[in-house]
Ligand binder design. Structure first.
Ligand SMILES: CC(C)(COP(=O)(O)OP(=O)(O)OC[C@H]1O[C@@H](n2cnc3c(N)ncnc32)[C@H](O)[C@@H]1OP(=O)(O)O)[C@@H](O)C(=O)NCCC(=O)NCCS
Length: 234
């Protein structure tokens, strides 16, 4: 369907525009195609749109978001792994919260007392227990487990198989590496990377990299390349 047809349509479907056509974007496209989660995939906004162009769906550079912001039945998700880049895009879009979707994979368990922000994705087999809170623009990947009253702030990427014991607190713009464990009542400071398989037994300060068991941490300095390395490393 093209935009002109849509204008005349009485179709009440909700359409999802995904910003970012990388792995996370494709993951969202696939899950809404496989399961009836209330959204139909409309297409991608990605500055590399020429590389991903397909006949079956819409592709355009990120700037094209303006075409959709006033359309009632269009919703957005920002599927970008790098927390800083994701935050920049969020600021550019400047959308009200209600224009964002939140998607929970049907094989995830989310306790009824848990709360999810906007532009949140909860992947397959993730488990969110009593009163867990996930902040806006945060993604929780496959099989991550969050025990009671754990709080995840904004722009956090929780990688697969992480375990957060009760009342853990992960502040904003944090990458939590695969298989890591954050012990109960520990805080991970903002703009931090927790390495794969790390065991966080002490609070981790802001702007750090925490690695190992028990996790040791160091200041990440002003150089953000470490974050980019994590995100882009295959
Ligand atoms: C911690 C991390 C960010 C460091 O990345 P980096 O700066 O590129 O580090 P390097 O790969 O150059 O490794 C530097 C050293 O740290 C060690 N190291 C790296 N990651 C480690 C980890 N998670 N635990 C223990 N040691 C680690 C390396 O063995 C290397 O030691 P060496 O110099 O003695 O060989 C990264 O290794 C990591 O754990 N990323 C998380 C990956 C992940 O969970 N991906 C999920 C994607 S959804």
């Amino acid at each position: 369907m093209v935009m002109s047809q849509l204008k005349n349509s009485v179709d009440s479907a909700k359409y999802l525009v995904v910003v970012g056509a990388g792995t996370q974007g494709q993951m969202i496209q696939n899950v809404i195609a496989q399961f009836d989660l209330g959204y139909e995939f409309w297409g991608y906004l990605d500055d590399k749109f020429q590389e991903i162009h397909k006949e079956e769906y819409y592709t355009a550079p990120i700037d094209a978001y303006k075409e959709f912001t006033d359309k009632e039945n269009f919703y957005f998700m920002i599927a970008i792994g790098d927390p800083d880049n994701k935050k920049e895009v969020k600021e550019l879009l400047d959308l009200p919260d209600e224009k964002y979707a939140t998607i929970v994979h049907p094989f995830a368990y989310v306790d009824p007392s848990a709360t999810l922000g906007v532009d949140v994705y909860i992947s397959a087999n993730a488990t969110l227990m009593h009163k867990v809170k996930i902040g806006n623009h945060s993604f929780v990947l496959a099989s991550a487990t969050m025990e009671y009253e754990t709080v995840i702030d904004e722009f956090v990427l929780v990688a697969a198989n992480t375990t957060m014991s009760g009342k853990a607190h992960v502040k904003s713009r944090v990458f939590v590496g695969a298989g890591s464990v954050i012990m109960q009542e520990r805080t991970v400071g903002e703009n931090t990377i927790v390495g794969a398989n790390a065991t966080v037994v002490h609070d981790v300060p802001d702007n750090s990299i925490a690695i190992g068991t028990p996790a040791r941490f160091k200041h990440k300095a002003d150089d953000k390349s470490a974050v980019h390395k994590v995100i882009h490393k295959k």
